[in-house]
Design a binder for this molecule. Structure first.
Ligand code: ADP
Ligand code: MG
Length: 726
């Protein structure tokens, strides 16, 4: 019974706040623990022979190839460090196309001839691992008999120690490739895309007189999540198996009072956050902010930004830690994009920028005119990248879960557009009109009065929560990314798209200056051209509004409302050419991703559909019949007493009608789930057009039954309980 889990939840909350929680939580000193379980730069410097340290740094900062001798030295230092911290095993940790992470543990111990054993770890083992790869999705890139897959150490991401209740394991971040060298994971293409964007960005920087030889993509992802009492979680088959509620009537109070966002954090939740953050600190994840989000029981955690591939690793670790720590506090952490209908879903704001090796942020409007024009060029390149590759970017965030957010009645919309803010927009408008900004002063913006070199304020303007891609002062924020996903692919495509735009800029400017044209003039002309061509992507208005849908259609912006519409963008000839040209992914690798994403969609909808049928048959219908019986008995009792239960009869009639409808709809859904088939593509369309609507219809009736059924009889925790009892 749902009411039993309510009692259990209430008891656990009371127990926690009265005893365990308060007694056992000791605050950690963040400064002391930060990185204590990470083999970071500081430890590397202390532990590695000088030459090896220098060689490793050269690999990390300049991408120089790593010699086996260096790997041997690193392996020994790593092993000694890990064993001193109690480690017995190591693992190559990777990010297969399942979307989660994978690890296989190997012991350091090797038997010796005298019957003993010693801890050993060589460069070879550090550099390369060979998990049996046949059980990971390859999207047809590899048949099961060619099961070989290799994990390759990513020296740019620091290893760390995974501490279990009675085990310590050294975790080595790796890329995962097939024996033909094709990427079977999310990290390989990310690393390739970072190379690509670096190369093109350096070309552009050189024109502006920079001596930078390397540019890195930076990323700071903000993670939204829900926390509910674990007793509720375990009483909901849908939460356990689908990550979201498939039934559940809208509660009387939702988020309309706007009393949750940035509100005070409940004590048990705060204690949980503190421990999750402490765990993350130890392994070197620079967590920085925490707060309540918009929906009831929704929260957010965000780190300080890092190099994109490290940020991606740390983001995966963050999701794992958030989930792992929750049960200690009697909580369940939900990372799904839409755990509850009717209140906000969860996203992952992917803050992204580029920085040169001296640490200069290339999307930060600096103080000097020289910085400014360079900034404007990079900004214009972002406009071009997002406009030209909007379809592919949209596809990177497409999933069954994110369909509940994008293009549904929730922000951000499925249309990609860029919010620039008034000041930047104004500058680009002036550039377009007159080839440069006029010497007018407006709203805190100081203009230089010459050509294309307006002086920008440090804080370049307002905020807009409805934009899927917003400029936020010194970086862009890709907001349509979903809460549960690995952020590697969106960043991969973003980098590749940016490499393409910067290549265009570099080609144009190099050609102009080679002809003896003045750089400033050439930039001026190019900016005008780029703004004219790509200004349609700029939208500063309300992204939720119906007018925007119309306006976007007029501007011929893509509007892929669901996963099935969006995914084919991955295999368009242009997309494949882009990724091949920059050596990020080849055609086979792109097709594989398309297949895997489609299959993932199909499997997700199938699981959800099956679960609904199961819940209808085993939970909702039995409860409904029970209540029907109770009402029937009550009517009979009134009759036996000589009266007539008018309202009882009425209720029974209307309730019975609903239940019958529910049963019919459930049979329909069950039958639909038996059919479909064909290619993954055809099946996906079937799932979207037939199964999803049947699920929605069944849910609507189920929710109507819920609000009429007594608390004592209803078998599932309700929204009101799950979201507000905390
Ligand atoms: P807001 O969302 O309010 O702008 P912040 O300015 O604190 O919040 O930044 C949000 C996220 O953006 C943080 O994770 C932060 O580290 C990240 N961020 C800031 N600067 C950059 C940058 N140059 N590149 C990538 N991410 C960045
Ligand atoms: Mg933000």
């Amino acid at each position: 019974m749902g009411s039993a889990s309510l009692s259990a939840a209430i008891k656990s909350i009371r127990d926690w706040s009265m005893n365990e929680g308060r007694a056992t939580t000791t605050p950690v000193n963040a400064g002391e623990v930060f990185g204590s379980l990470a083999f970071n730069d500081k430890v590397q410097q202390q532990r590695l022979p000088k030459a090896a340290y220098r060689a490793l740094r050269a690999t990390i900062t300049r991408g120089e190839p790593l010699e086996l001798a260096t790997a041997d030295a690193v392996a020994t230092a790593l092993k000694d460090w890990a064993v001193e911290h109690g480690a017995s095993h190591y693992t190559h940790w990777f990010q297969p196309l399942t979307g989660i992470t994978a690890e296989k543990h190997d012991s350091f111990l090797n038997p010796t001839s005298d019957g003993g054993a010693i801890a050993e770890f060589r460069g070879k083992e550090l550099i390369k691992g060979e998990p049996d790869a046949s059980s990971f999705p390859s999207g047809g890139m590899r048949s099961t008999f060619e099961a070989r897959g290799y994990t390759a150490w990513d020296p740019t991401s620091p290893p760390w120690l995974l501490v279990g209740s009675n085990s310590v394991t050294l975790v080595i971040p790796t890329a995962f490739v097939s024996w033909t060298g094709e990427a079977l994971d999310k990290k390989t293409p990310l690393l390739r895309s970072m190379e690509a964007v670096s190369k093109q960005a350096v070309r552009v920087l050189k024109l502006f007189g920079s001596t930078a030889e390397r540019v890195t993509a930076t990323c700071g992802p903000e993670q939204e999540y829900f926390l509910i009492d674990q007793n509720f979680y375990f009483s909901r088959p849908d939460l356990i198996n689908a990550g979201r509620t498939l039934f559940g009537a809208t509660p009387p109070k939702g988020q309309e009072m706007e009393d949750q966002y940035f509100g005070s954090i409940p004590e048990r939740v705060l204690a949980y956050m503190n421990e999750a953050e402490a765990e993350l600190f130890k392994v070197g994840v620079p967590v920085k902010t925490r707060h309540n989000e918009v929906a009831p029981s929704q929260y957010e955690i965000a780190p300080v930004f890092e190099t994109a591939n490290v940020a991606v690793d740390h983001q995966m670790m963050t999701m794992e830690v958030l989930k792992k720590v929750a049960p200690k506090y009697g909580l369940a952490c939900l990372l799904h994009e839409k755990p509850f209908a009717g209140v906000n879903g969860s996203g992952k704001h992917n803050n992204w920028s580029l920085a040169d090796e001296f640490g200069n942020n290339l999307l930060g409007p600096g103080d000097t005119p020289h910085d400014n024009v360079q900034f404007l060029v990079f900004c214009a390149a972002v406009l071009r990248a997002v406009d030209k590759w909007q379809g592919l970017l949209r596809a990177t965030i497409a999933s069954a879960g994110n369909d509940h957010r994008l293009g549904a009645n929730e922000a951000p919309p499925a249309i990609l557009s860029i919010f620039l803010g008034d000041m930047l927009t104004d500058i680009f408008e002036q550039i377009e009109k007159s080839g440069g900004a006029k010497s007018t002063k407006q709203g805190g913006m100081q203009d230089l009065g010459v050509s294309v070199l307006p002086k920008l304020p440090r804080d370049a303007g307002d905020r807009n929560r409805t934009s899927p891609f917003a400029f936020t002062g010194n970086k862009f924020e890709f907001r349509a990314v979903s809460s549960g996903q690995n952020i590697a692919f969106p960043n991969t495509v973003l980098n590749a798209a940016m490499a393409d735009a910067l290549e265009y800029v570099a080609d144009e400017l190099e050609a102009a200056t080679a002809k003896g044209e003045d750089l400033t003039k050439a930039v001026g002309k190019l900016l005008v051209k780029m703004v004219k061509e790509h200004k349609r992507i700029i939208f500063n208005g309300n992204g939720y509004s119906a007018e925007w849908q119309k306006e976007a259609a007029k501007r011929k912006l893509l509007n892929h409302k669901n996963t099935v519409d969006a995914l084919p963008e991955i295999i368009t000839p242009q997309a494949i050419k882009l990724m091949e040209r920059f050596k990020v992914l080849n055609s086979r690798e792109m097709h594989a991703r398309y297949e895997i994403f489609l299959e993932n969609y199909n499997k997700t909808i199938n699981i959800e559909g099956q679960l609904m049928v199961l819940m209808a048959n085993r939970y909702i219908l039995p409860a409904a019949f029970e209540y029907q019986k109770q009402v029937g008995q009550s009517i009979a009792a009134v009759k036996a007493g000589g009266g007539t239960s008018v309202s009882g009869k009425k209720l029974l009639a209307s309730y019975t009608k609903l239940v019958d409808k529910f049963k019919t709809q459930n049979d329909t859904l069950a039958a639909l789930l038996e059919h479909g088939g064909g290619t993954a593509e055809k099946h996906a369309k079937y799932m979207r057009d037939k199964v999803v609507p049947a699920m929605q219809a069944l849910r609507a009736t189920g929710d109507a039954i819920e609000v009429l059924t007594p608390h004592e009889v209803w078998p599932l925790p309700t929204y009101r309980e799950m979201l507000f009892v905390k």
